[in-house]
Design a protein around this ligand. Sequence first.
Ligand SMILES: [Zn+2]
Length: 104
Amino acid sequence: MKPKEFSCPECGTGIPKRKALFMTKFTRIQCKQCGIVLRPKKKTISTIRGIVGGVGGGLSFLIVMYAVNRWNWLVAGLLTFLVMIFVTLVSFYLTIKFTKFIKN
Ligand SMILES: [Zn+2]
């Protein structure tokens, strides 16, 4: 049986998705159902953070370089802010999609 996405590996109970927003490799989550303490696989978290951080950082840099020449800091700031929101959402989605939990 294929385990559900973003759930306890022991009993299959779903982990609240909002946890994915602030998930780091140090995050510990106790399963509400069976009570075991879970942690995300480090590799997944660092891979996702690496990809998202790289893309987000690169995009922000490009926007700033481009926008500052053409428009002004306000536009650059606004666009960077939008990129940050986008990056956060992508990170959130990837975290839910790919994070596997293991017993702490
Ligand atoms: Zn459980």
